[in-house]
Design a protein around this ligand. Structure first.
Ligand SMILES: C[S@@+](CC[C@H](N)C(=O)[O-])C[C@H]1O[C@@H](n2cnc3c(N)ncnc32)[C@H](O)[C@@H]1O
Length: 78
């Protein structure tokens, strides 16, 4: 069985008028966020304090971390 995420299983929740959508996907590469559709971000991003996640490195060089942070901050307005 393929483990590839489909559009349907990347959308965890969607309200009736699609005004609220909870997406379970890579924020940097997801195609599920339409331009100019983000009003508010509530987040708990990686803080680069070396927490042991199964699929994410939380202890990267500071310059790389700044680049990553800049990317996800710009994503909703790009
Ligand atoms: C500080 S933790 C947040 C923990 C969460 N608040 C909780 O209580 O479980 C940062 C999370 O961001 C996730 N993450 C890192 N890069 C991501 C990306 N590109 N897209 C989506 N999530 C990402 C990590 O896997 C990690 O779970």
């Amino acid at each position: 069985m393929s483990s590839k995420k489909t559009r349907k299983n990347r959308i965890f929740f969607e309200s009736d008028e699609m005004r609220v959508r909870i997406i379970n996907d890579d924020f940097l590469t997801t195609d599920l966020i339409e331009n100019n559709s983000v009003d508010l971000i509530v987040t708990s991003p990686p803080y680069n304090v070396n927490i042991q996640y199964s699929s994410f490195s939380d202890g990267i060089p500071y310059e790389k971390y700044l680049g990553f942070t800049e990317k996800w901050l710009k994503k909703p307005i790009s």
